[in-house]
Design a protein around this ligand. Structure first.
Ligand code: GLU
Length: 421
């Protein structure tokens, strides 16, 4: 059997209407783009990439570079230092508005040009050449192949970068950047001129979906906390002045660019990229928006679409009988809601001397909240007189310090844990 995802994606592509919108023309080189090009790719957190349509066509990354540069600034300087210079509030203004927050003098967010230019300047390197070199290495690592700057786009945009120069000079006067504004705009413009394909972007987006680890190679490129910050800002500010509309209809953190690309990142599931140069009145790829609306609806990808609540994480319980310990067989991912169901099951355990065994064999992952809650339950059970043992053959709960001097022992199977006491 052939996995049908590519066929399905091709079908949706064929159904998106291609005539509406205009190709961006404020950068002369972009006006020359073939308006009929249309490609999309989907990269999953399991490491599969499904490309469809004009997937080999290279186009300049433009504003889709902004989340990745923001990620690098965060990795270089830390969340707090970056936040001191760039806020995270949606602006509702056009992407190239010459404006700063009245109260603090900061750019409103890193997805509009003012914030993106400031984020570029925060990347360590000291000069635009070095910064661009580092960004090019970083984007190339994320894409899994060597990328390059499109010199024609760069020259063309440099000749018409007056507005970005005005923004950079304004940033310099308020201390939002410390470097030479002309040099910073040069670097920012080169960053926007890096060529990519939808296949590259899908893989880059899939790494953001996978908390910073490349699902294809397994290499970690970003810290999960940095990814979370970048995706939060994409969710609220990524789609120019249509961010609210996009989030309610599509519900996927995203970033678009004037060359006609859009990336979308559904945390824990998938990264999606599309390229079609005709733009709608907000500057977003017209067919790209249609495609995302269809994918979100057909595949239930809206972030706010919740299922009926997580099922109990307790798969089975076997009550203890004085001879044998009580065994709680847990399952799935253990986050706040699942851990709460575990706490309720354990709360029914009568006080007494019997050992309680928590079997994590069928648990995939325990997040920080889940871990705290399970360990606190173990501590309380222990105070009630129950020795607690874990079965954790895959080491999903490596840190087993429950506090009050209690460190849980983990066994490879239930029989070994039952002998605990
Ligand atoms: N390089 C473009 C600019 O700063 C990027 C704009 C965009 O894609 O939104 O004008």
């Amino acid at each position: 059997m052939k996995v049908p995802i590519e066929d399905w994606l091709a079908e949706v592509l064929g159904q998106c209407d291609g005539d509406s919108g205009e190709v961006a023309d404020y950068i002369p080189e972009l006006a020359r783009a073939d308006p009929d090009r249309f490609g999309a790719a989907l990269g999953t957190v399991r490491g599969h990439v499904y490309p469809v349509g004009h997937t080999e066509v290279e186009f300049s990354i433009q504003s889709i570079s902004k989340p990745f540069t923001y990620a690098m600034a965060l990795a270089d300087r830390g969340l707090e230092a970056v936040h001191e210079k760039i806020d995270v509030e949606p602006s509702g203004d056009a992407f190239n508005e010459i404006s700063l927050e009245a109260s603090t003098g900061r750019p409103r967010n890193p997805m509009i040009n003012a914030g993106a230019i400031a984020a570029h300047a925060l990347v360590e390197g000291g000069s635009s050449e070095r910064r661009v070199e580092r960004l090019l290495d970083f984007y190339s690592d994320l894409a899994g192949r060597r990328l390059h700057v499109d010199e024609d786009v760069f020259e063309s945009e440099t000749g018409s970068a007056h507005r970005n120069l005005a923004i950079a000079h304004m940033l310099r006067t308020v201390g939002a950047i410390d470097d030479d504004p002309v040099d910073v705009v040069r670097g920012y413009t080169r960053q926007c001129s890096i060529d990519v394909t939808v296949t590259d972007l899908a893989r880059m987006a899939a790494t953001l979906a996978n908390a910073g680890a490349d699902p294809v190679s397994g290499s970690r490129h970003l810290d999960p906390a940095v990814c979370r910050q970048v995706l939060s800002v994409m969710a609220s500010c990524g789609m120019y002045d249509a961010a609210g509309d996009w989030f309610s209809s599509v519900g996927i953190p995203a970033k678009s660019g004037v060359s006609g690309g859009i990336i979308g990142v559904l945390p824990g599931q998938v990264g999606i990229a599309v390229f079609s140069p005709r733009l709608d009145e907000h500057g977003n790829s017209a067919r790209g928006v249609q495609l995302f609306e269809r994918l979100s609806r057909d595949m239930g990808l809206h972030l706010m679409e919740s299922s009926q609540g997580s099922r109990s994480a307790v798969r089975q319980e076997r009550a203890g009988d004085g001879e044998r310990p009580s065994v709680y067989e847990l399952q799935g991912d253990v986050r706040f809601a699942e851990a709460e169901s575990i706490l309720h099951a354990l709360a029914e355990e009568p006080e007494g001397p019997g050992t309680v065994v928590l079997d994590l064999t069928r648990v995939y992952e325990v997040n920080a909240a889940g871990r705290r809650m399970v360990l606190e339950a173990a501590r309380r059970l222990n105070l009630d007189g129950h020795p607690v043992a874990l079965v954790d053959p895959d080491g999903v709960l490596p840190d087993r310090d429950a506090g009050d001097g209690l460190t849980l022992v983990a066994y490879d199977d239930v029989d070994a844990a039952c002998a605990h006491g």
